[in-house]
Design a protein around this ligand. Structure first.
Ligand code: HEM
Length: 512
């Protein structure tokens, strides 16, 4: 109770400081001095300024980190456990690789997401994480899983995505492309995880769509707990089962019920000769795991693969709407690949794995979009024991570290003076004969897929999926964002999504 009073007092103090700052910001016309770190006040730390800037959290923090000498700053929280926010590649390598064991996800992260994710790979540390990582890495490296994923993506493109875009182009209707891509990604990752097709893109499966909506709500409401000030508020709501916590409980129930039903029937039908290739069967074959654990595994994978590819492609298509030069180069590359394999688009030929691998410029164009708009814009870990980061920043036990991937994509010190420009060409170097060669980037300068032992397991699969969708769409259609000149407003949650979706018009590609 005493803790509650202290927290409440600090919260109201923050609120008062926030109101004071808000008033000051809107009445003062003096030029502001250059910032070098977060403004901090006694007792309430940096919280008032974060409340003032919460609608533009990523740009605000990027701006601050840009002006800090080592692109690292301390964010002082209401509690004594502060947060180091960094966009420094040396620090990132130290945290994600060199001193990996000192920076787990940590109890707080795990606790906040536990109701939804249980002990799945995304929400575990130590041996539990290691075991899942081992089984999943083995699965991800097999050709059978890769082929299974490609086959699923191809069917989804040809039987759902292309017909949907075709209809939109014939009727000249406005379409929310982000929504379409999210449905696509959800169908694909469910098939990969437990070989179930929720048919969300087709839009005719109410049970599947219900599962997707419940999953969306559960993910958004669980991650909303991170931003809740004071933290006791969500705990109180959960205790009383009211508001967002009531909704969260209901959506988690729907997700668990759907997943449990599938897993139960798979356990009952278990057959040692069964050659299912999805992730669930690999986990079922590896150990005698409980239904709850198998459910946690499945849910974590769906979460990991769900909004990431759709976020990347939404920003990619928005950028391309005002870059006809890049569009032309991609189309030329697709035509060259088609010509060399002697396949014609009219034959409804899907792109093969090798053809997609050949599309280097498309690969660069997608990587460049993710540099500026990373699907996972920031990643937080905990600090187990006191440490000093390579740039000299001191970090204490139980503090947090936020790796600011979004800011890192916008750092002049990493990408040069043209860092704000969208330029796929920056991903190539030239050899002595003047040929373009791919310039691979360190994951600690470009942590879009994380780095070190917890690096994203689905990276290759994600590229294959994104390239397959982009090439198939661009070969047939021109996508025009309705508002191509205004940067879409962002929602900052676990993934970087557009607040109002991506409204587009679709035209046939006249070059065919
Ligand atoms: C553009 C697409 C993607 C991006 C940018 C991306 C990025 C990331 C990032 C930043 C992490 C670290 C998150 C954290 O630990 O907090 C991660 C982890 C992970 N990703 Fe991805 N991801 C993508 C697609 C996928 C796909 C399609 C899958 C497969 C279903 C996948 C599976 C995973 C898994 C299993 C982990 C957890 C790894 C671990 O903790 O050991 N990802 N990803």
């Amino acid at each position: 109770m005493e803790l509650f009073s202290t927290q409440s007092f600090l919260f109201f103090l923050s609120l008062l400081t926030f109101l004071y700052l808000y008033h000051k910001a809107h009445t003062s016309h003096k030029p502001k001095p250059k910032s070098t770190g977060f403004k901090t006040y006694p007792l309430v730390g940096s919280v008032p300024h974060s409340l003032l800037n919460c609608h533009r959290f990523l740009d605000w923090t990027t701006d601050i980190l840009c002006h800090c000498p080592t692109h690292t700053a301390i964010f002082r929280r209401l509690s004594k456990h502060h947060c180091i926010i960094t966009a420094n590649p040396g620090n990132v390598e130290h945290i994600l690789k060199t001193n990996f064991h000192n920076y787990p996800k940590g109890q707080r992260f795990i606790y906040l997401l536990e109701d939804f994710l249980g002990q799945g790979i995304f929400n575990s540390d130590g041996n539990l994480w290691k075991l899942q990582r081992k089984i999943a890495s083995y699965g991800f490296n097999t050709k059978s899983l890769r082929n299974f994923a490609i086959q699923n993506v191809t069917v989804e493109i040809q039987t759902r995505l292309i017909p949907l875009l075709q209809r939109a182009s014939e009727t000249d209707s406005v379409l929310d492309l982000q929504d379409v891509l999210e449905r696509f990604a959800f169908d694909s990752v469910c098939k990969l995880a437990f070989n179930v097709d929720p048919a969300c893109l087709a839009g005719d499966n109410t049970v599947g769509s219900g599962f997707m909506h419940a999953f969306d709500d559960a993910a958004n409401l669980s991650s909303g707990r991170f931003l809740c000030v004071p933290q006791l508020l969500w705990k109180l709501k959960r205790l009383l089962n009211v508001g967002s916590e009531k909704k969260l409980r209901e959506s988690i129930f729907t997700v668990h019920e759907f997943a449990d039903e599938i897993i139960r029937s798979r356990i009952e039908a278990k057959d040692p000769t069964n050659d299912d290739v999805d992730l669930l069967s690999r986990f079922m074959a590896a150990e005698d795991n409980s239904l709850e654990f198998l459910r946690d595994v499945v849910i974590s994978f769906i979460l990991a693969g769900r909004d990431t590819t759709s976020s990347a492609l939404s920003w990619f298509f928005w950028i391309l709407s005002s870059r006809p030069d890049v569009k032309d180069k991609i189309i030329k590359e697709i035509e060259t690949v088609r010509a060399s394999s002697e396949k014609r688009v009219s034959e409804e030929a899907a792109f093969a794995y090798e053809e997609l691998k050949e599309m280097k410029y498309l690969h660069a164009a997608i990587s460049e979009a993710m540099r500026l708009y990373p699907p996972v814009p920031a990643d937080t870990v905990a600090c187990l024991n006191d440490d000093v980061l390579p740039d000299g920043t001191v970090i204490k036990k139980d503090w947090f570290v936020m790796i600011h991937t979004y800011a890192m994509g916008r750092m002049e010190s990493i990408w040069g003076q043209d860092c704000a420009e969208y330029k796929p060409e920056r991903w190539f170097d030239f050899d002595e004969d003047g040929n373009e060669v791919w310039r691979s980037e360190s994951p600690f300068r470009y942590p879009v897929f994380h780095g070190g032992p917890r690096m994203c397991l689905g990276k290759d699969m994600a590229y294959i999926q994104m390239k397959s969708i982009a090439a198939s769409v661009m070969e047939r259609f021109v996508i025009d964002a309705v508002d191509k000149d205004t940067c879409p407003e962002q929602i900052f949650s676990l993934t970087l999504r557009m607040k109002r979706g991506l409204l587009v018009r679709v035209r046939p590609n006249g070059r065919r």
